[in-house]
Design a protein around this ligand. Structure first.
Ligand SMILES: [Zn+2]
Length: 308
């Protein structure tokens, strides 16, 4: 659950921490460990059974972390709030950039359709290409946190290491963008039970997706487009990649082959892509005003309490 936060906080200050409410599965884990200790104290001979239960508990948490759209480990937003969906909004999100060979062309394609998107940048790449990050912001999109180094072992990190990885990206990206990210997405979407508390401590909201096209690994634009648009509906959050995209047989980044068709299809269906901060009503006073805000159609803060 997102918590209501002060409307008066300037956007430049970035997110503020919010109270952490452990997910039911985490409370259950605490309960299992307490019961295990009590049973061991009373009946030490039962230790093999206790060990088996604890192992089963940890294996199930591990599996939950390997399932990017799972909500078992804590709030995980897969869709836009109902108020944004109600006005025909979806959200295009691009991971792993910025990339000088791809990101500018992605921005041009978005501009051609007046679409706004969210870029989950890797901190080290943002530091290497700060001009691209500021260009993303200048064109009205948002820049979000996708970790500092994109370690594939991220889900094996303890709480301190998770925090350092996310804090480093937060600072790097905020420096390049002039605005701190509000959302976080784990590398490859892989998490562990410590991450939800780090989200609350950093004030970031965890965001996954409704649907992905696997454009980082599949070289067929038709297949990627078909996966992204299968049962496409208002409120969907689509995942693409402007960093390390797969290539088509003629060597073109798949995302650039797919995007114009995807944007045309969205337009034909009356859907408009907006940034995540706009969809969730997080565009603070320091953010550029949007036409929709001017029309008083920005979602109310209460919409933020929804977990999707
Ligand atoms: Zn990634």
């Amino acid at each position: 659950m997102l918590t209501t936060r002060s409307e008066s906080a300037p956007a430049a200050e970035g997110p503020t921490p919010y109270p952490w409410r452990p997910a039911p599965a985490l409370w259950a884990t605490l309960g299992v460990h307490g019961a295990a200790l009590a049973l061991l104290a009373a009946l030490p001979a039962f230790w093999p059974w206790v060990l088996a239960v604890l192992l089963a508990n940890h294996v199930s948490l591990g599996i939950a972390g390997l399932w990017p759209r799972s909500r078992i480990l804590g709030p995980n937003r897969q869709r836009l709030p109902a108020v944004a969906a109600g006005r025909g909004a979806i959200a295009l999100t691009f991971d792993d950039g910025p990339d000088p060979a791809v990101t500018t062309e992605v921005l041009d394609a978005l501009d051609a359709y007046g679409a706004k998107a969210s870029f989950f940048c890797i901190g080290e790449r943002a530091a290497a290409h700060p001009d691209l990050v500021s260009e993303i912001i200048r064109r009205g999109h948002s820049v979000e946190n996708h970790s500092q180094r994109h370690p594939y072992s991220f889900a094996c990190f303890g709480p301190g290491r998770l925090r350092r990885e996310i804090d480093a990206a937060q600072q790097t990206i905020a420096r390049a963008a002039g605005r701190a990210p509000r959302f976080f997405r784990a590398p490859a979407g892989l998490r562990n039970p410590f991450l939800d508390r780090v989200m609350a401590q950093t004030g970031l909201y965890y965001m996954s997706w409704t649907r992905r096209g696997f454009d980082a690994v599949r070289g067929d634009p038709e297949g990627v487009l078909a996966r992204l648009t299968h049962r496409l509906a208002p409120g969907d959050v689509l995942l693409l990649h402007d960093g390390t995209p797969a290539k088509t047989p003629d060597g073109r980044p798949v995302v650039l082959a797919v995007l114009p068709e995807l944007l045309a299809l969205l337009k034909a269906r009356g859907l408009v892509s907006i940034s995540l901060p706009e969809a969730f009503g997080l565009n603070g006073p320091g953010a550029p005003p949007s036409p929709r805000s001017a029309q008083g159609q920005t979602p109310s803060r209460s919409a933020l309490t929804a977990d999707e």
